[in-house]
Ligand binder design. Structure first.
Ligand code: ADP
Ligand code: MG
Length: 168
């Protein structure tokens, strides 16, 4: 049944060809999904930048200009948003190097995509297999989630419906 409350978990997945015009689509779809969590406008902007950078990488780097598939999964677990962006492209030989600020395999680019993803989200994991593809996982909770938990712990007042025994 419906009702005012938001269910504890949700997940959506979209798949699309690696075309530049689909970056905006992924960005809007993820922002709409992220709206199920009480992120601030600023936090939603950060999420949109992070997803744009990840999807742009699939479009410009993964497939060397040939058509390929990009898959974006958005998952919500309570107030935590998790995003997984995957491609089946050429992969990254040295992930640690690729994540360095200002490192790019393309002299025309700034090499800041992973830096933005890392700084705008709470966490970032990059897994890649050369010749097989790349999987970027990132997650974020509202900054207010930590604040509310701290306040709740101090006042002994649990957030409605949180049902958490340990605040974890
Ligand atoms: N999905 C991907 N497939 C293949 N290579 C990638 C992918 N994402 C990132 N890379 C590699 O990692 C490097 C760094 O990515 P990024 O920080 O976004 O900088 P930029 O895109 O500006 O080069 C890219 O230059 C590219 O070599
Ligand atoms: Mg990039």
């Amino acid at each position: 049944m419906g009702g005012a409350s938001v269910s504890a978990r949700n997940e959506v997945r979209i798949e699309f060809p690696s075309l530049p015009e689909n970056v905006g689509l992924a960005r809007v779809a993820v922002a709409a999904f992220a709206g199920q969590v009480d992120f601030t406008i600023g936090e939603l902007e950060e999420i949109k930048v992070a997803v744009s950078e990840a999807v742009t990488n699939c479009v410009v780097h993964a497939y060397n200009g040939t058509p390929g598939v990009v898959r974006v999964t958005a998952r919500r677990e309570g107030r935590t948003l998790e995003l997984v962006i995957e491609d089946s492209g050429r992969g990254i030989g040295d992930v640690a190097q690729a994540r360095q600020p200002a490192w790019s395999s393309d002299p025309e680019r700034m090499g800041l995509g992973f830096v933005f993803m890392e700084s705008f989200m709470d966490g970032l994991e990059v897994e890649s297999r050369p010749g097989k593809g790349t999987r970027v996982r990132m997650w974020k909770s509202p900054a207010s989630a930590g604040a509310a938990e701290a306040a709740g712990a101090a006042e002994g007042d649990g957030a409605p419906g949180s049902g958490r025994a340990d605040g974890g």
